[in-house]
Design a binder for this molecule. Structure first.
Ligand code: SF4
Ligand code: SF4
Length: 257
């Protein structure tokens, strides 16, 4: 299905966001005085997937190898620019104050970076009239027809792959080693701005050859904790994060708090 779209500049997508950003963008965001958090999730990875499992290879490219107890895992760390209410860069007239250097994710919205997600207009913040235009965002062939969107999606995928080793180093520098289980939840780490910026600067100059680290997978579900335990990991209940700088964000209902 062809998807038509033209931004109305309503500004809705610039409010109350968690904006996925690359390492380069995170350093710029922090230097501008913004806040960035790390969303960590682990995928059990007992063996490499077959070559035709394109989804698994997509996840592999944006993750780094680690262990949790006896279990090999791959860890995805998403850097998120976070803000309540209006983005600090949003101007009163709903224009972006850093338009020329706004993050790639801002250029992509409402398109999808993940090639395995179909664009669902019902989940987007854009008003109905934004979809009632002759401008084509995505063609019948699934290709993104807007040149800037296509280029920014490619840029985000490249950054995801390029940044994976830096994020491994970053977590080592920050002493971060707890994650959620992919598709169930993430552990959100919120180091203070100066510490995170310093760690990013160190990680980007470190050479990217950090030793594989041991991670704890955190869950808020009893069944998951038991499963992880039986798989030879040393899981933590979400309640174990209380009193730390980290918190658990579940995507499904939990019963182990
Ligand atoms: S950086 Fe600009 S485009 Fe991105 S959320 Fe903020 S105001 Fe909106
Ligand atoms: S919500 Fe959609 S229409 Fe509104 S500013 Fe964002 S991209 Fe444009």
């Amino acid at each position: 299905m062809t998807i038509h779209f033209s931004c109305t500049m309503c500004g809705r997508c610039c409010h109350g966001l968690r904006l996925p950003i690359g390492v380069d963008e995170a350093m710029a965001w922090l230097r501008d005085g913004g806040n960035v958090q790390l969303f960590c999730e682990a995928i059990p990875w007992p063996e490499e997937p077959p070559a035709d499992n394109h989804l698994a290879w997509y996840k592999r490219r944006r993750s780094f190898a680690a262990t949790s107890g006896q279990l090999p895992v791959r860890v995805i760390v998403s850097l998120m620019a976070v803000f309540e209410g209006a983005c600090p860069n949003l101007q009163p007239d709903m224009r972006c104050g850093i338009y020329e250097r706004r993050p790639r994710a801002c250029r992509v919205y409402p398109a999808e970076v993940n090639p395995f997600f179909a664009l669902d207009r019902d989940t987007k913040l854009c008003p109905p009239e934004a979809w009632q235009t002759q401008d084509v965002l995505q063609g019948e062939d699934g290709e993104w027809k807007d040149a800037e969107v296509a280029q920014s999606i490619a840029g985000m995928r490249e950054a995801d792959a390029r940044d994976a080793a830096v994020k491994a180093e970053l977590c080592a520098v920050l002493g971060i080693s707890s994650s959620g289980l992919s598709n169930e939840g993430v552990v959100v780490h919120a180091p203070d701005r100066a510490r995170l910026l310093s760690a990013l600067e160190e990680a980007t100059t470190a050479g990217g050859d950090v030793a594989m680290t041991a991670w704890h997978v955190v869950s808020h579900r009893r069944a998951t904790l038991e499963l992880l335990q039986s798989a030879g990991t040393s899981p933590l209940p979400a309640s174990a994060l209380q009193g730390t700088e980290a918190s658990f964000m579940g995507f499904v209902a939990g019963d182990a708090d």
